[in-house]
Design a protein around this ligand. Sequence first.
Ligand SMILES: Nc1nc2c(ncn2[C@@H]2O[C@H](COP(=O)(O)OP(=O)(O)OP(=O)(O)O)[C@@H](O)[C@H]2O)c(=O)[nH]1
Ligand SMILES: [Mg+2]
Length: 314
Amino acid sequence: MKTIFKGLAKTRRALRENLSGLFKKGPGLSPEFWEGWEAALIEVDVGVRQAVELTERVKARAEEERVDATAVSELFRAELLKMLQPLPGEETSETPVPPIVTMIVGVNGSGKTTAAAKLARYRQKRGEKVILAACDTFRAAAIEQLGIWAERLGVEMVSQKYGADAAAVAFDAYSAARSRGADRLIIDTAGRLHTRSNLMEELKKIARALGKTEPSAPHEVLLSLDAVVGQNGLLQARSFLEAVGLTGVILNKLDGTARGGIVLAVREELGIPVRFVGIGEGSDDLAEFDPAAFVDALLNDSSRTEESESSLSS
Ligand SMILES: Nc1nc2c(ncn2[C@@H]2O[C@H](COP(=O)(O)OP(=O)(O)OP(=O)(O)O)[C@@H](O)[C@H]2O)c(=O)[nH]1
Ligand SMILES: [Mg+2]
């Protein structure tokens, strides 16, 4: 299993390289020093607004606390962590009656089907009984792809034939999950239809079909985002947000990009939390998003070397 520390290796290295020049200039906190931090943060895709705000906060604290350049990373760490604290209403105390339904939505190729499989595995490892629903009926290969994962994981999949009504598949899958006493129902959806508006209508229809059988379902709607696409992905995210009301993000392919700072931008720009990160193509390459582990993985520059990193269990 990969960890977020491994998943963020490229981002961490990029940040470190961009910052290394700043410290060679000595311990002074010049305007160039702060501009350097800002630029380095923007480079790893935290978003311009977030980078400016973060740097300003740290600068204010550094001046107030009269620290030198070497202590600045610690201040960034603290302020980053503050920015990543749960959003209001993010932590709900109600526990829905199982099966808890998770819909995975997002544009084509963003990693939905793989994320559905990883999430199934994640729940399975926690002793939960999972059922997968193949609601991407737009392509025959999509049903097959999920079927292969289901078989590999030993998880039941509910599907119909290619071209079937996705909402009907979801409805069936929910009934099956309930009658079989499943804890979780995880729904894979299409990323592409004939037109974008059809896709949004289809997703709404799936959600409505679920809501008819259980008013509280779907309990989670997770947007699958490709971290490699970076900031551009946030534009598409808005249409999903408006159509189906997202509860969180699964940020996929974090391992393949040096732009892992997108985690901050997602949260600030969309107002929804990153719930999981995808850090590889295997079923175990998923981590629940943990702000402290993220900040540690992003800014760690000395206490954990690249060698100890590579010796971490994989
Ligand atoms: N490196 C890496 N690759 C990933 C990750 N998640 C998914 N992939 C790869 O990205 C590609 C697309 O993944 P899919 O899960 O098929 O994406 P999708 O959103 O279901 O695509 P459509 O069904 O076509 O809309 C596959 O080759 C996956 O193996 C990840 O976290 N890291
Ligand atoms: Mg798919």
